[in-house]
Ligand binder design. Sequence first.
Ligand SMILES: [Zn+2]
Length: 247
Amino acid sequence: MRIKTEGLIIREQPVGESDRLVSVLTRDNGVVKAFARRAKKVSDNKNAATTLLSYSKFDLYMGENKNVIERATPVMVFLGLGKDIVKLSMAQYFCDLARLIIPEQMESEEIFRLMLNSLYLLSETERDPFLIKPVFELRLMCLTGYEPDLHECIGCGKKTSEIMYFLTDEAQIICSECYEGNDKTAIPVSEGVLKAMRHIEYSDFEKIFSFSLAGDRLGKLNSLTERYIISILGFVPNTLKFLKSVI
Ligand SMILES: [Zn+2]
């Protein structure tokens, strides 16, 4: 079967002398693994269009045992990423997360839009990268079946409290009165940070990036979404370790 699609290269691995095996996050076919023959040859038109972080159009042959990229044409190059090591490392971490979290065969145009919008903001605008990262992290979790319940305290139903605790293993919140203090995975969350998390999780897609948070509270939000992801994965991705080494 032959299909036409567009997508973002989220992983590339060299195969032999000049071929490449890539993972593509497509708009309408989920994550697809495919071979790009002769893709490493500079003269081949697939070269630029099949490198990590390329957003391209593809003609794909979907075979029984393997898929092959027959044609690839770049749609957009995120030029701003190459100029800034923090932005580039963050973009690589986003690709890694997509690869690790999105189940095979899962089709979601919203995941694709989340990735593209996050990369666009990261590459082409001056927006603080650490305002983009927690949105990508938390919203990706929600779209792949790991949506935490942030509505109310699981003990008493209270919606707000000066300090709530986020239970990473249960993916729920509990207020300070109901929390007995013996759960090691509980992370204290201030009202401002909880408000930002609720915004990311429950807003319409068009509004997810429209919030502001700064300083210590922004740092707390980042550390919280990271810890939630690590608790789901069970390990710290190397790309996240690298990102933290360059900030
Ligand atoms: Zn409570």
